[in-house]
Design a protein around this ligand. Structure first.
Ligand SMILES: Cc1cc2nc3c(=O)[nH]c(=O)nc-3n(C[C@H](O)[C@H](O)[C@H](O)COP(=O)(O)OP(=O)(O)OC[C@H]3O[C@@H](n4cnc5c(N)ncnc54)[C@H](O)[C@@H]3O)c2cc1C
Length: 521
């Protein structure tokens, strides 16, 4: 079912679709799942890999956004808290409840955050993740053993969610296919097709593996390309104004000894007025993020020196275990789409806090902004808009209670394989067939050869980057280890795809060059 040849054949034999979605991040995949489950004939095309863009580079939180509450954005927070609850129910293998502690150094802060978080609890209603509480200094220190406790007054505990972003993207892609959609990675849209009235009625897309081009027709084309949206808007109208300005956020990943307990830390106001999180993730700690306006976007955004310094300095202000550059196991950057100023007098505005659907005069639908947590609601609103525009017959949204591929309800997190949910049995089967596949990829990592084989056979991975960045998250957890195992992983993929030695050599060289950027020197 997840075989590339089968999926490409579906494109080959079906030039006509109800919906074509450009972009396989959280937004595009959500729209594809919504459209397919309603019963529309759906095609999604992703130029590189699912979640290659911002959707694999988040802070890994499934959250209502405490920060937005402080800004008085109550409706937005209520909506995100509702979606947070649905995500936990529908993707229980990848989403978990996470306790956060806000350390307080002034009595006023303690009262302020306790009250604010009570409102947060109330807004989550029946889908609450747990009641927030004020804790005293000794409990704060015992739960956060690496927190500096000079002048510490106490803490406030609250609950949000935590997840594996890229794996959820892959599982949503699998759910799309299980519900009748055709979903392809390594397939780039280069041109939009228009009818004689100038209305968009399809795309020209290239399979970047075979180099073959396809002309595909659709009742509606949806642009879900995040920070790349302007490039697609320009395919529609060459003189379209720049609507997006990217803002970069970086994260540093450290060993678990920097945060040995189960709680995450939330610093509500850093020196630049942002929020900083220190979150346990796959037995490591993710620390971020920043907000730096850039002039251009890229598939591999580069962390800036001032961002690295800022995160290290801020973390060291709160931690009694000193974090230095050499302690960083991986560093990654993601881009938020901000609304570009219309003229010089206007400043950039964040559009990512709530989503926005734009309909161009030629009928192209662009969906931007929002956050991972609200991907399902964004998709529902997008397809409802398409129906309101009478581009598709009315059919009801079905994703509210839809289990995502792999979800099984009961999650035993004692074994790292829990992330596969119901697919864990496939890994066991592979190892029974070939016991050598139980061998670990690296002495510092729990991941095994079987997981690479599964990624290629069942999860549509095609390259070393697809496997090490977004199926097993080694590149984000330990970039040096990722570089060290690239030849082994390259060989496993080569065998599975029946590729040549030259293909493997090129793969290793491309991957290592890219992965060097995740190593902090
Ligand atoms: C630093 C940072 C931290 C964040 N943390 C969180 C968090 O903790 N929790 C949360 O809920 N949200 C978080 N977010 C927000 C969330 O990550 C984004 O809202 C979400 O990932 C955006 O998804 P997207 O699909 O719109 O964009 P993307 O993930 O960027 O996807 C767009 C895709 O389009 C593809 N594409 C582009 N052009 C073409 C083409 N011509 N043909 C085919 N494909 C194309 C790209 O390759 C890309 O994969 C964070 C964002 C940032 C920047």
């Amino acid at each position: 079912m997840f075989n590339r040849e089968t999926l490409v054949n579906q494109v080959n034999s079906n030039p006509n679709w109800d919906v074509i979605i450009i972009g396989g991040g959280a937004t595009g995949l959500g729209v594809a799942l919504d459209a397919a489950t309603r019963g529309y004939k759906t095609l999604l095309l992703e130029q590189v890999d699912f979640a290659k863009g911002t959707s694999s580079r988040s802070t890994k939180l499934v959250h209502g956004g405490v920060r937005y509450l402080a800004q008085g954005n109550v409706d937005l927070v209520r909506e995100a808290l509702y979606e947070r609850g649905l995500m936990l129910k529908n993707a229980s293998h990848l989403v978990s409840k996470q306790s956060f502690i806000i350390p307080n150094y002034r009595w006023f802060d303690s009262a302020f955050y306790t009250l604010g978080l009570k409102v947060y609890d109330l807004l989550s209603g029946k889908l609450s993740f747990g009641k927030s509480t004020r804790i005293n200094k000794s409990e704060t220190v015992s739960r956060l053993s690496t927190l500096k406790n000079d002048k510490l007054k106490g803490g406030v505990v609250y609950y949000d969610g935590q997840f594996d972003d890229a794996r959820l993207a892959v599982n949503i892609a699998q759910s799309c296919i299980e519900n009748g959609a055709t979903v392809l990675n390594h397939f780039k849209v280069n041109t939009l097709l228009k009818n004689t009235d100038g209305k968009i009625n399809g795309v020209v897309a290239k399979d970047t593996e075979s180099g073959l081009e396809y002309k595909l027709n659709a009742a509606v084309v949806i642009n879900a390309t995040g920070v790349f949206s302007d490039a697609v808007l320009k395919m529609d109208n060459i003189s379209a104004k720049t609507s997006i300005r990217p803002s970069q956020g970086i994260h540093l990943v450290f060993d678990k000894s920097y945060l040995p307990g189960n709680d995450a830390i939330m610093i509500p106001k850093t020196e630049d007025g942002r929020v900083l999180f220190l979150v346990p993730w796959h037995n490591k700690v993710v620390v971020g993020t920043t907000d730096t306006l850039l002039d251009s976007h890229s598939l591999e955004p580069k962390p800036l020196e001032q961002e690295i310094d800022f995160i290290l300095q801020t973390a060291n202000k709160y931690l009694n275990k000193k974090a230095t550059r050499k302690d960083v196991l991986s560093i990654f950057a993601g881009l938020r789409p901000l609304a570009a100023p219309k003229d010089n007098s206007e400043k950039t505005k964040e559009i990512s806090r709530s989503h926005k659907i734009i309909v161009s005069s030629s009928g192209l639908i662009t969906i931007t902004g929002g956050k991972w947590t609200t991907y399902r609601r964004m998709a529902q609103d997008t397809i409802n808009k398409v129906i309101a525009l009478k581009k598709l017959p009315k059919l009801k949204c079905k994703t509210k209670d839809l289990l995502i591929h792999g979800a099984n309800g009961i999650v035993d997190r004692s074994n790292h394989l829990y992330i596969y949910g119901t697919d864990q049995t496939l890994i066991a089967d592979l190892i029974t067939e070939n016991p050598d596949l139980s061998v670990r990829l690296h002495p510092r990592l729990q991941f095994t050869k079987a997981e690479v084989v599964l990624a290629v056979r069942n999860e549509m991975a095609r390259t070393i980057d697809d496997v090490l960045a977004r199926r097993v998250r080694v590149l984000f957890l330990d970039a040096k280890a990722a570089i060290e195992i690239a030849p082994l992983v390259g060989e496993l993929i080569r065998e599975e795809l029946n590729q040549t030695a030259a293909w493997k050599a090129e793969q290793i060289s491309d991957f290592v060059k890219m992965a060097e950027q995740y190593v902090l020197k």
